[in-house]
Design a protein around this ligand. Structure first.
Ligand SMILES: NC(=O)c1ccc[n+]([C@@H]2O[C@H](COP(=O)([O-])OP(=O)(O)OC[C@H]3O[C@@H](n4cnc5c(N)ncnc54)[C@H](OP(=O)(O)O)[C@@H]3O)[C@@H](O)[C@H]2O)c1
Length: 326
């Protein structure tokens, strides 16, 4: 019998989640049926979008939903063999049995660390790239503002915008993260916890904003709307400032009228036609050091709730993950 430990939600949080809202449960895994594989997770992705689902969508006393990168340990599927790297949305667990059709084989470049396929070369990197190119219609020479610029998505969006010839203004919540973003070559970096974002953004954007890559919503979005240039684009990737049930109203949406600003949310399936181009360009940038990244790692499935809370508290730089094996 193979056992696994997994994280279950036992209480819906009110505001910031607490560790006591979750429990670790041990389960016995079923034997493999034809067409199935046993996967050992290596890296569990800790994502802000998990938080709104704790309020609505996530079942109580069931495994917490989420993505992970793992390796096939045993296979009875012709498409997978032992040792293959796979990505799957099978939740916060150490290992699991699944039909091969629910597992995405990762064709990892041997010169890159496997973990990058959970962020820069995975969903985070792809939404950063597609959000700017397809939704933001970013053009060389434009002024680009990125919020949560030191996070997993934001740090890649900031660097892609620089590589594509734009001036980049980033916002983040600590001096250490400001220093890292400056070392990446951003043109201006704001610590929004030290000064109201509205004042800081006004000073940091003398040429206005052509593209706002929004990860925060709320006051950040309101501040950006005041600075948008005519025919500017706001690509809404996320609204983390609202995820802990704090809805901050945006009071100046009328700025989109005379500014003729286009505001649009997006998800990765909106631009799958860019995937080949993204994969090729990003692999090249990573290999020649033009894209840099950081990882913040917690160890062991029992620490996954702590990692989620730390993410929401801004304790990560770059990608937050839980290392489960390897
Ligand atoms: N559309 C999509 O398909 C898609 C896919 C992936 C992610 N997303 C979204 O992209 C955004 C970033 O995700 P990520 O995975 O890269 O996370 P991340 O930026 O690596 O981590 C979250 C960061 O958000 C910041 N934050 C937390 N509370 C905040 C608040 N109240 N106001 C401002 N900043 C706050 C913190 O950084 P600071 O220290 O800078 O405050 C924290 O480190 C999220 O909104 C997420 O939902 C969307």
């Amino acid at each position: 019998m193979t056992a696994s430990r997994e994280i279950h939600l036992v209480k819906r949080p009110d505001g910031m989640p607490r560790e006591s809202d979750f429990v670790v449960r041990e389960v016995a895994l079923p034997e493999l049926a034809e067409g199935q594989a046993l996967v050992q997770n290596l890296f569990l992705s800790i994502d802000p979008a998990t938080r709104p689902r704790l309020t609505r969508g996530q079942d109580l006393n069931a495994v917490l939903g989420g993505f992970a990168l793992g390796r096939v340990v045993r296979s009875r599927a012709s498409s997978l063999k032992e040792g293959d790297a796979v990505r799957a949305a099978y939740g916060y667990r150490e290992r699991f049995v699944a039909d091969a059709k629910h597992l995405t084989k990762v064709d990892a470049d041997p010169e890159l660390p496997l973990s990058v396929y959970m962020h820069v070369m995975g969903g985070a990197g792809f939404v950063a790239y597609g959000g700017l190119v397809e939704i933001g219609k970013m053009k060389s020479g434009e002024q680009v503002f990125v919020s949560t610029a030191a996070g997993s998505v934001g740090s890649i969006a900031s660097q892609v915008a620089k590589l594509k010839g734009c001036a980049v203004i980033g916002s983040t919540g600590s001096d250490d993260k400001v220093a890292w973003l400056k070392s990446l070559g951003l043109d201006a970096v704001i610590n929004y916890k030290k000064e109201p974002i509205r004042d800081a953004l006004e000073r940091a954007t003398p040429k206005g904003i052509d593209v706002y890559f929004d990860n925060v919503g709320g006051e950040h979005l309101e501040a950006a709307l005041r600075r948008m240039n005519s025919l500017g684009r706001i690509a809404v990737c996320g609204m983390i400032s609202t995820y802990n049930d704090q809805q901050v109203g945006v009071r100046n949406l009328s700025a989109i009228i005379y500014g003729r600003v286009n505001i649009r949310g997006f998800v990765a399936p909106d631009f799958m036609h860019l995937y080949g181009q993204f994969s090729k360009e990003m692999t090249g940038w990573l290999k020649n050091g033009q894209i840099k990244y950081q990882e913040t790692l917690f160890d062991g499935i029992e620490n996954a709730p702590r990692a989620l809370i730390a993410l929401l508290n801004g304790e990560n730089t770059g990608k937050m993950m839980v290392k489960l094996a390897g």
